[in-house]
Design a protein around this ligand. Structure first.
Ligand code: AGP
Length: 607
């Protein structure tokens, strides 16, 4: 939620800030702005709308300043508008500040500051912070920022520049991510790594309570007591190209096409020998006997991966698994204890509810495991153990490759945790098939998407759609429906196919599209009956199945899309691709802004 960037060095700041904001636009895109110190003056430019709007406004400007801040916003307090866009200035226009997060006690602070004579230009929570810095500034920006943060409640990553000390950026992190990029005689800061990649791979991740001061030749980091500390600089192994579109029209399409490679990357170490190696869970395996319940906690797409995880883990380990939406978890007082394993799943590693769920689990002394994409993220640093899903930067708001690798991580986890219970020949065969999935995904993507495009043409004309499936296919149906809603704005609901007749069948009318997941051979007959019920009431069934089952579906569905054949247990890894493409093409036909759907942001750092 909101992306912030900063630059200080010998180059012009504006192109670097603007380029960084482009990489962070997935975090919010309802308004954007920059503040640059030119000579001794603060130049502030901001505007409602996405970066393109700001870029258009600024196309004839010629900024010279070599220090500045930028921000791309996802509104929380105050609607998207020019005035509410960041950066925000103090009363005299000498200080500029950007913020990611929420200041919970801003009303109270604002009232006091107004009484003291400060005047406000926006409805945001953020503006109080810059006025507090103004209030406490007595010649030392580091001290003023530290003093100001003592007044704040909530989550915030902030960065401040000051015309009175134009050789300095001060940044502070509390519960919202902030990363420093260490260049050669220049320094950067950003909410996420992709913004830094074109300039440096040397990064320093601030922890909660830490403050950084960047100047033209050096940087300093202070701990929560204000004591200067030495932190280790990390080398990021993502290459800058990974965060580019590489000739695809959209990040989402590029990310869909990256899936064979990212899956290969995830599987390569665990499956390099003849068995399955997963040293990341050594401590879990040591305590396996003691674990009596597993909780999987996540949001959105990551939650859907957890539903598949549940089915796999219960099947292989025999341990009961509960899957919770992170936003609900801690409020239902779940029976988490020392003998629980709590698995949190998250692409960003920053989702506020997932983080709160992890902290709740840790308070209850549960063992915790993260299935996470972003290295160095808050959740990756707080979980006891982590399986990184190695999907690389995912920029499109709609998650695709991260979902695939989350699901794949659950296969690795379930097979490793359950290897004592699973028949060894069966295990060998599953591992062999798993190794072959990246090549099968390549086939799905290479074979051309004619069928999926045709299905999308049909789907794109409707405002309502259903997704149905049984077992693993039902979990996949939930993800398919979310993807369609998220990027095409078609109202889509997923149902366990056997449930329709308990109410929802009433909604089936002539022609309504129903995407039926028919990949589970063992459940095929039952699914065919459910599909007949739908078709008998006029529903138009778009089926997705394995090649080996296609013949049995002839005449049973209106339209068929196939994926290569495999074991029932592994089909979600393949069938997810036509679902992703179906949403993508449908959204494209409807002219939707696919990478940046309305009202959303990629990284949800507010509860
Ligand atoms: C899916 O396409 C989403 N944009 C969304 O549901 C996402 O999966 C969710 O917000 C969780 O994010 P996380 O994986 O970064 O925790």
């Amino acid at each position: 939620m909101c992306g912030i960037v900063g630059y200080i060095g010998s180059r012009g700041a504006f192109p670097i800030l603007f380029d960084g904001l482009k990489k962070l636009e997935y975090r919010g895109y309802d308004s954007a702005g920059v503040a640059i110190i030119e000579g001794n003056e603060m130049q502030l430019r901001k505007s409602q709308g996405n970066l393109e709007v700001l870029g258009e406004k600024l196309k004839n400007e010629n900024f010279q300043g070599r220090i500045g801040l930028g921000h791309t916003r996802w509104a929380t307090h105050g609607k998207p508008s020019d005035a509410n866009a960041h950066p925000h200035l103090d009363c005299r226009g000498r200080l500029a500040l950007v913020h990611n997060g929420i200041i919970e006690n801003f009303q109270e602070i604002k009232r006091k500051l107004e009484e003291e004579g400060h005047f406000f230009s926006s409805e945001t929570d953020t503006e109080v912070v810059v006025h507090l810095v103004e209030k406490f500034f007595q010649g030392d920006l580091v001290k003023a920022v530290r003093r100001a943060t003592k007044e704040l409640e909530g989550s915030y990553a902030i960065a401040v520049i000051n015309c009175e000390s134009p050789e300095q950026i001060v940044a502070y992190r509390h519960d919202s991510p902030l990363i420093l990029g260490i260049g050669d005689g220049e320094f950067f800061l950003a909410s996420d790594i992709p913004a830094l990649l074109p300039y440096t791979r040397r990064v320093l991740i601030l922890e909660d309570g830490e403050m950084a001061e960047l100047n033209r030749t050096n940087f300093r980091v202070f701990d929560s007591h204000g004591v200067q500390i030495q932190k280790e600089i990390e080398e990021i192994d993502w290459d800058p190209e990974m965060a580019e579109k590489k000739g695809f029209s959209h990040y989402m399409l590029k990310e869909i096409h990256e899936q064979p490679d990212v899956l290969r990357r995830l599987l390569s170490d665990p499956l390099q020998g003849s068995g399955l190696e997963l040293p990341q869970i050594a401590s879990i395996l040591e305590r396996l006997e003691k674990i009596n319940r597993i909780f999987v906690v996540a949001c959105g797409t990551a939650y859907h991966s957890g539903l598949i995880g549940k089915a796999l883990l219960e099947r292989t380990t025999g341990i009961p698994v509960e899957v919770d939406m992170a936003s609900e978890f801690r409020y239902r007082s779940p029976l988490v204890g020392e003998e629980s394993l709590v698995i949190v799943v998250t692409q960003s590693g920053e989702t506020a509810d997932t983080l709160a769920a992890l902290r709740y689990a840790r308070e209850k002394n549960a063992q915790t495991l993260g299935i996470i994409n972003v290295k160095g993220s808050t959740i990756s640093r707080e979980a006891d153990d982590v399986i990184y899903i190695k999907a690389g930067p995912e920029i499109a708001v709609a998650s695709t490759k991260a979902y695939l690798n989350m699901v794949a991580a659950f296969y690795l986890l379930a097979l490793k945790m359950g290897q004592g219970n699973v028949d060894q020949e069966n295990l060998k065969e599953l591992l062999r098939l798993l190794r072959g999935i990246p090549a099968q995904l390549e086939k799905v993507l290479q074979k051309g998407d004619k069928a999926v495009r045709e299905a999308s043409e049909y789907l794109s004309r409707w405002e309502n759609a259903f997704f149905v499936g049984r077992g693993l296919d039902f979990s996949l149906a939930l993800e398919g429906a979310l993807k369609l809603k998220e990027i095409s704005y078609i109202h889509a609901e997923a149902y366990a196919a056997g449930e329709l007749k308990h109410g929802t069948l009433a909604l089936i009318e002539e022609g309504i599209p129903v995407v039926a997941l028919l990949t589970q051979e063992k459940l095929l007959e039952k699914m065919i009956s459910n599909v007949q019920e739908i078709r008998a009431r006029g529903g138009y069934v778009l089926g997705i199945t394995q090649e080996k089952l296609a013949q049995r579906l002839e005449g049973e569905v209106d339209f068929i899309m196939t994926v290569p054949s495999t074991e029932d247990m592994l089909t979600p890894l393949l069938a997810t691709v036509p679902l992703q493409l179906l949403s993508f093409y449908t959204a494209e036909l409807r002219g939707c802004p696919i990478d940046q759907p309305r009202n959303l942001a990629k990284s949800v750092t507010v509860e």
